[in-house]
Design a protein around this ligand. Sequence first.
Ligand SMILES: Nc1ncnc2c1ncn2[C@@H]1O[C@H](COP(=O)(O)OP(=O)(O)OP(=O)(O)O)[C@@H](O)[C@H]1O
Ligand SMILES: [Mg+2]
Length: 296
Amino acid sequence: MTKYIAVSNRRGGVGKTTTTMMLAYGLAVLGYQRVLVIDLDAQASTSITLMGHERWRLARDHSKTVGDLLIEMFGDDHVDVTPFIAPQVGDVHIMPGARRPILDVIPSSFELDNREREMLIMGGASGPTIDAVFDKLQLSVARLIRSLEGHYDIVLMDCPPGLSNVAWGAIRAADHVLIPYVPDATAEDNVGWFTRRLLDLDPAKQVRVLANRVRPNSAFQAGIIDSIANRHTSLGLQMPIRAAIAGALEFRTHSQPIRSKFGDGAVVVERLMSCMLEWFEQSTTRRAPALEEERL
Ligand SMILES: Nc1ncnc2c1ncn2[C@@H]1O[C@H](COP(=O)(O)OP(=O)(O)OP(=O)(O)O)[C@@H](O)[C@H]1O
Ligand SMILES: [Mg+2]
């Protein structure tokens, strides 16, 4: 069974893209999982970072992005997803003789917000209420994501900041929602509010939190992390603030081994991967979420 993970937080700049990238490399290259990343953020950072500018621009110019796919699928669930998948992405090379990792991406583009708007307008013609139109759009996103069942071991969704219908669609498709947060003065309220919304949507949703950009010896941050850990289940590691982790968000045309790409952050990639695999083992298998529209 494919595992669907949304990396999400309404707050911007907390490390959603960084975490998605590290997980993608860790699970595909070190964990030998077949990984698909779906970039649902109009900033397209994950796409550009995984594909490099040239390849990403080609996908964008040929309308092979997630927004284009969503428009095609809106109202027609039988669209072939394959042409929208960019295969074998990333800038990590493997040792001779090692198994080739499966790491693919459905890229985003700066037009994704406009595509969402187009879908709302198209849906508005048929929906009796604005809530019904939002629901239709979210379910359409969720169904697209779940249509990948069996093709990959893991589908990782990099969600945008804020909570657009596209983000809610990803969350509705996901069995697991990972919430990276930076331990600052607003983190506790923000994580608490978001977790409640997720569990209101589906009490069986698996939710874990991940402290990021953690400074060594910061009693202030440690207090916030403890307080959040008392109320929410943590993934099992804290991501330290490291220049090498920030640097990993660059795509290099010359590929390199994973340990040199992430430098002293490589140990974090390994730990992130094993915590994720442990989380999957601990999660009871559950039925796929109901993604049928209510009869309007
Ligand atoms: N552990 C870390 N150590 C150092 N820098 C980090 C770390 N995590 C993230 N960063 C940096 O913080 C910035 C924000 O990270 P990132 O883009 O992953 O956040 P995001 O939540 O995806 O942002 P957005 O909401 O805009 O999508 C980036 O410049 C990234 O390189
Ligand atoms: Mg991001």
